[in-house]
Structure formats: C-alpha cells, structure tokens
Design a protein around this ligand. Structure first.
Ligand code: C2E
Ligand code: MG
Ligand code: MG
Length: 758
C-alpha cells in the first residue's frame, strides 16, 4: 500500500528514538568498559600491594625464626664461655642435655684446635675432629672460630638423616674466641612458617627458591607447582620469556610477574631474602586477593548489564508503543470503524497520490445500496452493519492491484481503478453488484436487495479534470443510477455533462430569472380517495426560459439548496400560491388547500414563520390553506427542534407535511416522534408494491396504519395507473397524487379544469 506523509513522519520519530537509545547504549557500554578497566587496574594494584606486604611479612618471619635460633645459641655460648665447663669431663653429657632442652636436632662444640663434641638427639654423644664432619657444618664452624656468626645452606645431615640447616656462633672467653658452637635445625620449620596463617588466607602461597629458581622448600598451600622443580617455567612464565625474566631477576634480586592458571588471574613476586641465595616466591590470586574490589567489579558489571538490558527492553517497549499508537491513530484517522475500509479522507489522499503518479488515467465509482435505511429500519441496525461489512468484503475480494476503495457515509462506497474501458468496467461492476445482491441471503432475509453504481472515467473529460470535478460527476451519475430500480451502472456521460452545463446556466441566471418572473407556478391535484374528487393541489415550480424552454426542478432545486437561493425561491412560491388563492377567493371560488415544497434552508431561517405569516396576511389568505412540505432529511438530525418549529407553524394555522417518506432516511421511528399533519409516501413504494413485492406492500400498509393512529393523513405519490389507484385505496390511504389523475399543470390550466365550473 501507499505510504503517507504521516506514516513517514512517524517512522522518522521512531528512528530518532532508536538512534537516541542506541547512542545511550553505546555510551553506557563505553562507560562500563572504562569503569571495568579502572576497577581491574585497581584490583591489580591492590593485589600487587598485598603481595609485597605479605612477602615482606614472610621474610621478616624467617628472620625472626633465625634470630630466635641465634639467641638460644648465643645464650648457651656465653654460658659455656664464662663457665669454662668445656674443660669438664662431663661436658659431653651437659651438651647432650642442653640439646634436649631446645628444638635443635644437633649441637656441636668445637675448640680452636678443631676438636669437637657433637650431641645428636636420641644418639650417643660423639667426639670428633672438624675434618670428620659434613662440609656445610664445617664451613659454619670455621666461620664462627673466625669470630663470625654463620648459617648454612639447606642440606641433608648424615647423622640426622633429615634436611637441615646449621647455625654457627663463636664462643668467647674474656673477649677472645675459644671455640665455636653449631646447632642444626630441621628446615621443616621454614615450611611451617610459609604455611603459617594458611598463607595468604587461601588466596595464594609462598615458596622458598634459590636465585636460579630451584625450589628449596614448598608450601603445602602451593597447588600450582607441585610437579615443578624450577619456577622459571609454565605456568609462571611462557617458555620463550622464561630465560629473559630469570636474568632480569638475577640482576635486580626481585621480579614481579602475572600469569593465568585454571582460568584465574595471579600475580607473583620473587624476592631475595638476603641470606645465601634464598628467595621468597609468592603467588596471589588477584580475585581472591582483593575480594572487595573484585565483588565491586562484578556487581558493577551486573549493574551495567541490567541497565543495558533494561534500556534494550525500554527501547523495544517504546518502539512497540509508538508503533501501536501510530497504528491506532492511523486507524482512527484513516479507517472506517465499522467496516475497516478506508475512509473518505484517506481515499482522497490515495487518489491524489495515484493521480500524481499515473495522471488522469483513472475511473471513480460510487456504489450504493437502494433504500439502505429501510434495511436498517426493518431488519435492525445490526443486520445493516453486517450487510455493509459484507459489501466491503465483496469489494475487497474483487479489487485488483493498484485499486482501492473506501466507505464514505452510510451505504456509499467509492472505488478507484485505473481501468478506463467502459465495457470492462460495466461488466466488472455488474458482476460485483450481482455477487453482493445474490449472496446477501441471510443478511437480507426475504428482502430484494438492490444496488447501483455511478461511474466517471476521468480520462474521458474534454479537459483535464480535478478530483473534485470527477467526484461531482460520479455523484451525478449515481443519482441517475438510483432512479433505475435494478442493479445498474450509470456512467457520467454527455447527457449528464449537459446537465452539468445546465447547472452552470442555472447558477448564472437564477437572480435575473426570479426578477423576470421566469419561475412559474404549476399545480398537481391531490385526489381524495374516499370521494374520488380533487381535494387539494401541490405547487411545483417550473422555470420557463425566455426562449420557451422549460427547466424542471430536479435541475435547479438541488443547486439552489446548495447555494442558498432556495430560501428566496420558496418564499417566492409561497407568495405565488397565496396570490393565486386570493385571486380565486376574490372570484368567490372555494379554494383548494395548496402544498408548497420547502427547502431545509428556508425552514431553518430564524424569521421563517414571520415571513410566512407576513405573506399570508398580505393576501389575507387563511394559513389553513397552506401546507408546507418538508423533507425527511430535516427531521433526521434534530427531532425536538423540528417539532418546536412545526408547533409554531401549526399554532399560526399552517399545516405541515412530510414529503418523500421512504426515499432516503426512512424511519418509522421519526414518524412516531414528529408532529406532522400529513405524510407523503415516496412513489417508489407504489412502484415496488405494484410490481408485486409483497414486503413493500406490507410496509406501506403498516406505515399508513401507524400514520392514522397518530392522526396523520396519508398521501401516496406516483399514482400512474388504475391499478395503482385501486391498490392505495385498498391500503386505506387518504389521498393519491400522480400522473394517473393529472400531471403538474400551469395555474391557468388548473383553473380551467378544476375551478372554472365552480
Ligand atoms: P416532490 O415534492 O416529491 O414532487 C413530486 C414530484 O413528482 C414532481 O416532480 C412531480 O412532477 C412528480 N410526479 C407527480 N406525479 C408523478 C407520477 O405519477 N409519476 C412520476 N414519475 N412523477 C410524478 P417535479 O415537479 O419535477 O419536482 C421534483 C421535486 O422538486 C419535488 O418533489 C420537490 O421536492 C422539488 N420541488 C418542486 N418545486 C419546488 C419548490 O417550489 N420549492 C422547493 N424547495 N422544491 C421544489
Ligand atoms: Mg413535494
Ligand atoms: Mg414528493
């Protein structure tokens, strides 16, 4: 289908919203990435800080352990030095006992000559020479003899059969070194330190390694390097960078690094302790290490995610809302709520757009149901609505690509097509109408549904036509089609074109014609069916042009109703009628009551009653002789107001008649409400009833009965034959009017025929 400016605007708005939300989303995304980066950096820094702090702490614990070991030894050394017990015979036993009282594995005393006494836990005390002991212990004792404290590397003790470390300290006597004291301890003590406090609270571990990266002792918390002998390998260092990082470490005595293991991120630190080539190798899980920041990071991530999803949701919701609202507004603005077809507004837009594309190569068709109001009236509004929906479906099924249609008001559908071949159009439209009237069973009951079409082929016009002109042509054609009482298509043609030209003539000459008295009074008798005598007459206007051509009211009354000139003409006719009545009365004749047709405009004029009264008084004509014929359409809109006016007229003596009942807005309902004196049944009733349509005859009968109950006299129009006459008599109608009795005749003729003899 075609897209309108409104739809495009809506789409633009929608795009704007989407763009804004997408930008907001991108900003949010960038923001969250930045935030995550800052947080991750903070996590790293926090982890590094923690790692340093922990490593330092472990380093000082090592020193503390060594210091406390030295302290024990120093105390013992000073006792030995000052007491001179080394010379005693039981010195070996004393040493053994002292060994039992502390945590050392062995204690060894050596004098300056190199002779030594060694006490080993749970073993005999041995006496030996420095040459007989292990190299690591010998070095420490040698250092002590030279007056320095010493500490050995880790090694496996021959006597203890365990991994041990040896401390050495000099023994002084009067500030002179007299010997050396050595003690060994299990290196397990260092492992215990490393595991103390569940090392880094379960978030990492600390091992001891040498400067080459070889493990000296391993913490039990180390769940990563159990299989490794050297740290300069995976997962700590990639193969290609291990050597380089090792060199870097050996140069600086300290190395920081990070690595991934088991999907987690770790930071590591290797730092020389300052004793031999001992180093602490610390590893910390960054996530566990800085838990708060990590949790914050995660929470922020989740929050951003939720906000992002929320925005997406909002966007989807917003789009849906705008879209649905747009659709709803569009439905209200462009669619007929009853049938779902386009309305007139949309139809016109589409036609104009289509003309813009294809030019004036198109046809417009108006499709109408005969006396649709009656279907509403008799079968109920619901049935009427169903029929309209059914018609819409039927039209929809038969429209071809590029064609579209709308429902205007009530029962009028318009159709646009680029088909301009008259025969093709006629065939298609006839099929459409036959399809509808044939299949409408169930909707119509036993009612014979009739339809008609008015069509205008725009390209047939002599000059390019505007859409409004084409619409007028369609309506003119439809008016003609309505007059044919069977499914039919009427094309706007030359004859209608002539009437259009006539319309132009009428509008151009009406004022002059009124002045020149070209509008003349014709009268048609009304026959009293009981007495079979002429009892009244209806005034009908005829426009006699100076060239003698007679123009019928059908050709100018609708125009005058549109341009307002009918107000003047109606008063002119009332004036003509009163003047005639006065003339007859002056001749001593008993006058017939005369009906005058009144247009809606005249009727609603504020000084309407005053003007009528003025005319009646001017000619001294009793208002009872004047019947004002109003059309059904009047009463349709505001019954109360119409009734108020009618009452005012009746108070003055005028009579009011409802004309053409059943032609368009037929409503039994209004008949019950409106306070008229006379009801005129449209000639179509009689026409259909005469054709043998039983339901129409029944309706007529009921209308007449109802009117009588309401004290309203009835007139049937269009009595053309004796059978018509007999029929309406049987229906107990009061008056008949029609060509059977007399065609409308000039006032002179009327006088000659009906009054002269009187
Ligand atoms: P209407 O008031 O329903 O008048 C009856 C119309 O039916 C008249 O047409 C009349 O000539 C025609 N007619 C009468 N008997 C028969 C018949 O047996 N068969 C057929 N087929 N037609 C019959 P007319 O005079 O052409 O008037 C047409 C309409 O113009 C009138 O319908 C009325 O509504 C309007 N009209 C006529 N004169 C005036 C007027 O002075 N003022 C206003 N406002 N409207 C007028
Ligand atoms: Mg009339
Ligand atoms: Mg009439």
């Amino acid at each position: 289908m075609y897209r309108s400016v409104k739809e495009e605007r809506m789409e633009k708005q929608l795009k704007g919203i989407v763009r804004t939300v997408i930008w907001a989303g991108v900003l949010l995304l960038v923001g969250s990435v930045l935030f995550a980066m800052i947080l991750s950096d903070a996590t790293d820094r926090a982890a590094a800080y923690q790692l340093h702090a922990r490593t330092e702490e472990y380093s000082s614990r090592l020193y503390e352990q060594i210091d406390s070991d030295y302290q024990i030894m120093d105390t013992f050394a000073s006792i030995i030095g000052s007491s001179g017990i080394t010379d005693r015979e039981d010195f070996p036993e004393l040493l053994d006992q002292a060994n039992y009282e502390n945590d050392f594995l062995t204690m060894t005393y050596m004098d300056v000559s190199g002779d030594l006494v060694a006490a080993v836990l749970d073993q005999e005390v041995t006496q030996n020479n420095i040459q007989g002991i292990q190299e690591e212990a010998r070095a420490v004792l040698q250092e002590a003899i030279e007056g320095r404290r010493g500490i050995s590397r880790f090694f496996r003790g021959d006597l203890t059969k365990e991994d041990i470390i040896v401390y050495g300290t000099p023994v002084y006597q009067e500030e002179r070194v007299v010997g050396a004291l050595a003690a060994s301890g299990r290196i397990d003590i260092f492992r215990e330190i490393l595991e103390e406090g569940a090392a880094l609270e379960g978030s990492g571990f600390v091992d001891m390694i040498d400067m080459d990266g070889n493990y000296m002792t391993r913490s039990g918390n180390d769940n990563i390097s159990a299989e490794l002998t050297n740290v300069f390998s995976a997962p700590y260092f990639a193969e290609d960078e291990a050597a380089e990082r090792k060199a870097e470490f050996q140069e600086k005595g300290r190395l920081e690094f990070s690595f991934r293991y088991g999907g987690e991120k770790y930071r590591g630190l290797i730092e020389a302790v300052g004793i031999h080539d001992w180093c602490l190798f610390s590893v910390l899980n960054t996530r566990m290490g800085s838990r708060e920041i990590y949790v914050m990071n995660r929470a922020a991530g989740v929050l951003f995610g939720v906000i992002f999803l929320l925005m997406l949701g909002l966007l989807a919701y917003g789009c849906r809302l705008v879209w649905r609202n747009g659709k709803r507004l569009q439905r209200i603005a462009y669619y007929d709520p009853l049938t779902g077809a386009y309305n007139m507004l949309r139809f016109r837009q589409l036609v104009e757009e289509s003309i813009g594309r294809n030019g004036s190569h198109y046809s417009l068709i108006a499709l109408n149901v005969h006396q649709f109001k009656f279907i509403n009236e008799i079968y109920g509004r619901e049935q009427g609505d169903r029929l309209l929906r059914f018609i819409k479906e039927q039209i929809r099924e038969r429209t071809k690509p590029g064609e579209f249609f709308c429902r205007e008001t009530a029962d009028i559908f318009y159709l646009y097509t680029t088909e301009t071949d008259r025969d093709v159009l006629e065939k298609r439209l006839t099929e459409l109408m036959d399809g509808i009237t044939g299949k409408a069973a169930g909707i119509r009951g036993d009612y014979q549904l009739l339809m008609c079409c008015g069509a205008a082929i725009a390209s047939e016009g002599e000059t390019a036509q505007t859409l409004d002109e084409t619409m007028t042509h369609v309506m003119l054609a439809l008016t003609r089609a309505k007059d044919v009482h069977q499914n039919n298509v009427w094309f706007f043609d030359r004859e209608l074109h002539r009437s259009e030209i006539m319309g132009n003539y009428v509008e151009a000459h009406m004022h002059q014609a009124l002045e020149e008295r070209e509008f003349q009074l014709y009268l048609q008798p009304k026959v009293d069916l009981a007495s079979q005598k002429v009892a009244a007459a209806e005034a009908l206007v005829r426009w006699i042009r100076p060239d003698g051509l007679m123009i019928y009211p059908d050709q100018f009354i609708p125009l005058f109703e549109a341009n307002g000139f009918c107000v003047q003409l109606d008063m002119y006719m009332v004036d003509a009628v009163c003047r005639k009545l006065r003339e007859w009365m002056d001749q001593g004749l008993e006058p017939f009551p005369i009906s005058v047709n009144q247009s809606k405009r005249a009727f609603y004029e504020t000084d309407y009653l005053a003007r009528l009264t003025e005319i009646a008084e001017k000619y001294q004509v009793p208002p009872e002789l004047i019947t004002l014929e109003i059309l059904e359409g009047f009463t349709f809109e505001n019954v109360d107001e119409v009734n108020r006016k009618i009452e005012e007229l009746q108070k003055k003596g005028f009579r009011v008649s409802l004309d053409d009942f059943g032609s368009e807005y037929s409503s039994m309902n209004t008949l019950g409400k409106i306070r008229i004196n006379e009801l005129k049944l449209d000639r179509w009733f009689l026409k259909d009833a005469a054709k043998g349509k039983e339901n129409v005859r029944v309706i007529m009968e009921q209308v007449i009965q109802l009117a009588h109950k309401l004290n309203i006299s009835t007139v049937v129009e269009g009595v053309e034959t004796l059978q018509d006459h007999d029929l309406i008599r049987k229906l107990h109608c009061d008056f008949g009017q029609g060509y059977y009795y007399r065609r409308p005749i000039s006032e002179e003729e009327f006088y000659d025929i009906y009054l002269k003899e009187k």
